[in-house]
Design a protein. Sequence first.
Length: 88
Amino acid sequence: MKPLSYAIIKHFTKVPEACAEDVIDALKGDYGKFRGLTLKSVIETLMTDEANGLLEESRFELDEVGNLRIYYRANEEQKATINRYIKD
């Protein structure tokens, strides 16, 4: 099993885009008992990955209660970089 932060970034090589909630839903089957699989921690990981050039923001929206939901994606170059360092 990969470290949680690796699984989070690797998720973006398999989907067109995702927000933190999408990532949590996708990973909770394997990582549901991890303390780091919280909305706050996943958002921090996504922001770090964006700052490091591994992800880019694709869009944003407000959820049903008015909270900002940011979607991220990995372009082809970013996916290649992720796949080069994190194998399946």
